[in-house]
Ligand binder design. Structure first.
Ligand SMILES: [Fe+2]
Ligand SMILES: [Fe+2]
Length: 199
């Protein structure tokens, strides 16, 4: 049986991948049609990609999973360092992308290509990051962590409530995800929902 913590990480990766791919599809669609995209929809998509990994996903990995792995095994130390660095730089990267979007919205056509390039680079970076975690880190965790580690992780991952609102942040983000995919026109907006497999 797969551990709950692993299921949660994979489910969040699937939701993020769906959103990232939708951004590129939306941009390609508007380039072909020579139309300007719905900037409010793009802003909402970047907001989701900004908030959800920064506030929830990276913290689960960098604060809960990776330290346990470092304590249990010398394997993949450099990769873990690199993934932690990606997490630390994530906020600046998405901020740059949001600025490029603002430039496109304010200045129009002359900034389209710059935003498309920045979006493509960001999506490549993020998909590669998640692929490394799934290919190397999660299987290593399944081998190296003890039953007690998993009890602790599964509990921490499932009992992760927002102390300020008392709400379940994952549920709030899932609602946001659904609102965004429903607001974006077909075929881009027919994304899978968090928790569903999109691959
Ligand atoms: Fe990560
Ligand atoms: Fe991740």
């Amino acid at each position: 049986m797969t551990h709950k913590a692993i299921q949660i990480i994979r489910g969040e990766h699937a939701a993020l991948s769906a959103m990232l791919r939708s951004i590129l599809l939306l941009l390609a669609q508007h380039r072909r049609a020579a139309t300007l995209p719905d900037f409010a929809a793009l802003r909402a998509m970047l907001f989701y990609v900004d908030e959800f990994p920064e506030k929830r996903h990276h913290r689960k990995e960098s604060e809960l999973l990776f330290p346990k792995l470092r304590a249990r095994t010398p394997m993949h130390r450099e990769l873990l360092d690199r993934l932690d660095l990606d997490h630390a730089r994530g906020e600046a990267r998405i901020r740059d992308l949001e600025h490029a979007l603002l430039a496109f919205e304010m200045m129009g056509e002359s900034r389209r290509a710059a935003f498309e390039d920045a979006a493509a680079r960001y999506v490549d970076f993020y998909l590669a990051h998640m692929a490394m975690e799934e290919r190397d880190i999660l299987p290593l965790a399944e081998k190296a962590l003890s039953a007690a580690d998993w009890r602790e992780l599964d509990e921490a991952f499932t009992a992760n409530r927002d102390p300020l609102t008392g709400a379940e942040p994952e549920a709030e983000y899932a609602q946001l995800f659904t609102r965004i995919v429903n607001a974006v026109p077909a075929p881009v907006g027919l994304g899978a929902h968090p928790g569903e497999s999109v691959r």
